[in-house]
Design a protein around this ligand. Sequence first.
Ligand code: ZN
Length: 150
Amino acid sequence: MLKIEHIGIAVKDFSKAIPFYEKLLNTPCYKTETVSSEQVNTAFFRQGESKIELLESTDPDGVIARFIEKRGEGMHHIAFEVADIHAEMARLKAEGLHFLSDLPKQGADNKLVCFLHPKDTGGVLVELCQERGNEKLPMGGLPIADGGGH
Ligand code: ZN
């Protein structure tokens, strides 16, 4: 793992949360992006070499809406940047950990992402992410095929 890339925070309403985080962090939101496959809007703030990612549901039945219903607004996940997401997934699977999906998916902010099962991580939702363009796999349609077992 290279660093904490971002911390994901579930919020109900961007129109309130974005101005609040702009004040708190004293930096403008530099990007918003909708990830329709996850029914979520994202908003990003830079803070040193890490980021804050706000997550707002686009659907009352989306994962973020359900998260907020259960636990309220607040910290949703920690994302670690990795150099090779497939290698890191293989390493952690060999350690007996489970992922919410078998293959990385296209996430916000030009990233390939995958999530560890929170049962394995003491209730903390952990995301691995890799900047797209760094991967050795061909670009194109998703889902991206696994590079194989080497
Ligand atoms: Zn994230």
